[in-house]
Design a protein around this ligand. Structure first.
Ligand code: UD1
Length: 369
């Protein structure tokens, strides 16, 4: 079996790591195509080296642009690559513009497409990721859902026949990295602004268009982080750096300690070493949950509602509405008591995905829920 994985942005590289390892122990040919949506070394190269992913077989060098220009450039650059490879499966990941372009290029060439992390919904039609998810799910032939909730969403859209519950490959990679970090098997650089090991701090990230692109909203959120009573290590995505600069919003002030984007080992270590997480990232909400740290999400909805159980994750659309004391108490709250459920699977999702692709490529099992 030949599978082409199409990736382009940071969170896809994290999901690619367990898939690459799972293909690596089979005789299958796994071809990695990087669209180049993310091109900074801190958002791309460090994930290949840090997660033992082989270098991409093809790099399209697309880069940044408006949503249409970026998606269109990926689509036209992918066409000849998929035409030449003619794989048994095209595997697309998550919800970025590279995901949608990959799915479109494949279906238009009658190549079977599998969507990893299918069925997530925010029901917020203003989010570019929501369009990408919905359109990719409806184009794809096999929908690899990470959770029961995702399976239900796909059923509600009439897509049960193409759906399987695979579990979440992020669990595979996150728990493996947790064990490596705790055992001291990986090098983790010190975090800026946290001089004493063991000093309490919060880890924060902010990169979504709906939080960074409106100057007033960005200023409000950065003010809220700066006012918190613990040091806040803010790992700055280039989108945040660019928008903050354009809008004249100073990031390094009050409680905030600015850090460059973290490699995966550094991120897992930063979550484990901290008191709690404040973020608008989907992946980091889940990583906080898996690693047992409370998370405050700077959005009004989440694609990962399982994290909200027992207060592990709390949605805060506008910190100002809580008042200064309420906001501080929410962001610094301790971990809830009691065990966490395991809605994201057992850390074997990548193996299950390979098996599902094998079975369906061989036509042995009809696709069913
Ligand atoms: C993309 C995904 C988002 C994902 C995020 C993870 C879409 C629609 N969004 O958002 O779902 O959560 O990746 O990081 O696909 N930039 C650089 N260097 C880079 C990449 C980007 O400086 O290597 C800057 C550029 O100013 C660019 C901006 O960041 O215009 C946004 O990059 P883009 O790839 O369009 O989207 P992200 O915000 O990264």
């Amino acid at each position: 079996m030949k599978v082409v994985s199409i990736v382009g942005a940071r969170p896809q590289l994290v999901k690619l790591a367990p898939m690459s390892a799972a293909f690596g122990v089979t005789g299958h040919r796994h071809v990695i195509v990087h669209t180049g949506q993310h091109y900074d070394a801190a958002l791309s190269d460090v994930f290949f080296s840090g997660l033992d992913i082989p270098a991409p077989d093809v790099h399209l060098g697309i880069g940044s642009g408006s949503h249409g220009a970026q998606t269109g450039a990926c689509l036209s650059a992918l066409d000849p690559v998929l035409a030449a490879e003619r794989p048994d499966w095209v595997l697309v990941y998550g919800d970025t513009n590279s995901t949608l372009a990959g799915a479109l290029s494949a279906v238009k060439q009658h190549l079977p497409v599998a969507h990893l992390e299918a069925g997530l919904r925010s029901f917020n039609r203003r989010m570019p990721e929501e369009h990408n998810r919905v359109l990719t799910d409806h184009a794809a032939d096999l929908l690899l859902a990470p959770t029961q909730e995702a399976v239900r969403h796909l059923a509600a859209e009439g897509l049960s026949e193409r759906t399987i519950l695979a579990g979440d490959v992020m669990v595979d990679v996150c728990l493996r990295m947790r064990d490596d970090v705790l055992a001291g098997r990986v090098a983790v650089p010190p975090l800026p602004g946290v001089p004493t090991a063991g000093e309490p701090y919060l880890l924060a990230t902010l990169h979504r268009a709906e939080n960074t692109d409106d100057p007033k909203r960005l200023a409000l959120l950065v003010d809220a982080l700066a006012d918190l009573p613990l040091p806040v290590v803010l790992a700055v995505h280039p989108r945040l750096a660019t928008r903050a600069d354009e809008h004249g919003v100073k990031l390094e002030r009050g409680a905030i300690r600015v850090s460059p984007p973290l490699p995966y080992a550094g991120l897992v270590a930063a979550v484990l070493g901290g008191t709690a997480v404040v973020t608008d990232s989907g992946g980091l909400q889940k990583e906080a949950y898996l690693l047992g740290r409370p998370c405050t999400t700077l959005r009004t909805e989440t694609e990962w509602p399982e994290t909200l159980a027992s207060g592990w994750n709390v949605l805060v659309g506008d910190p100002g509405e809580l008042g200064a004391a309420g906001w501080a108490a929410t962001a610094t709250r301790p971990a809830p008591a009691g065990d966490r459920a395991q809605p994201y699977g057992d850390g074997q999702a990548a193996r299950r995905v390979v098996e599902a692709l094998e079975q369906r490529a061989a036509g042995r099992v009809p696709v069913s829920a």
